[in-house]
Every structure is written in C-alpha cells, then in structure tokens.
Design a protein around this ligand. Sequence first.
Ligand SMILES: [Zn+2]
Length: 178
Amino acid sequence: MKKMIPFFVFTLLCFVGCGKSSNESVNQNKNSSDVKDEIVVDSEFLIYLKNLKEKLLKLNINPSQIEKINNVSLILHKNDSSNEVNSFSRDSSKDILGVCKKNTLNNEVTSRKIFIDRSKWELLDEEKRLNLIAHELGHCAWNLKHLDTNNQIMSPHVTDLSENEWAYFAQQIKESNS
Ligand SMILES: [Zn+2]
C-alpha cells in the first residue's frame, strides 16, 4: 500500500500528454549558424544530467552519442510567468510534464529546448525526474519518437519502470541516427 500514492500521482501526471516535438521554421534568409541559440540548463537539472550520463555510459552508449545531451537546453518552466511555451496551456485537459521544442532551418536543427513544468516537477520523486529528463532528451537529443507500448522510457504513458526499460532505451539511442 505504501507505493500506491506515488504510483497514482505518476500515472496521473507523468508523460500523460507529453508534448510532441514541434518544429518551427525560422527566417529563411539567415545562415543556421547565425540563429543557433545558446544552450541554457537550469541548475535544477544539472545533477540529473550527470546521473543520466553516468547511467548511459554504464549501458555502453558511445560517449559521442551521450554528448548530444549537451546540445539541448533544459528550462524549468513556470506556467504563470511566460507565454513562450503555449503547449502547457493549449489543452487544459492534458497534464503535460515536459515538452521538447526544436527549431529548424533548411532541415538543420538550430535549437533544441526542453521545458519542464515546475509545479508538476516538484511532485515527482528522484527516479521519476530522471525518467522524465531521459524521455524528453530522447526526443530532443536523439530524435526518438514515442513508442506504442506503455511503460518504456519513450512511452507517452508510464506507470512503472524497471532497469530492463533502461536497456531498451539504450538500444534505441544506439540505433538512432540523430
Ligand atoms: Zn514524449
């Protein structure tokens, strides 16, 4: 019974209606190097990125694949303070924890940003936070899509995860050609 409440919260919130990757084209007259954004990572996420990189190394992911994490901005998003990301409020019936937004210019990605909803982030335990970061980086760093099955890291709906799911995630990263 002790685990019922956290799992319920997780089921309710985690990855339900995870924002899909969105692509927006920007000014076509500029070179992509002119419009590449600076990478910004909120200090809240640094420990999770460190843990994730260590975990992926142990899963025998090539360091050059792991380094793609460094191309992604991670921003703790306050619902009330900015309308930069409208994905959180576009459909109030959905609980979106995180979203990966990519901008492209001439088929080249010029920015990769993950926005995490602060109020929902605060409800997650350490393990679920790591899973969420891994899920969104799956989209943003390695161009992974959602799986049809539940309870994998790249599933849109997750109620429970085990180490087997990490092995599957590692396999997806190895096979990605981002
Ligand atoms: Zn997703």
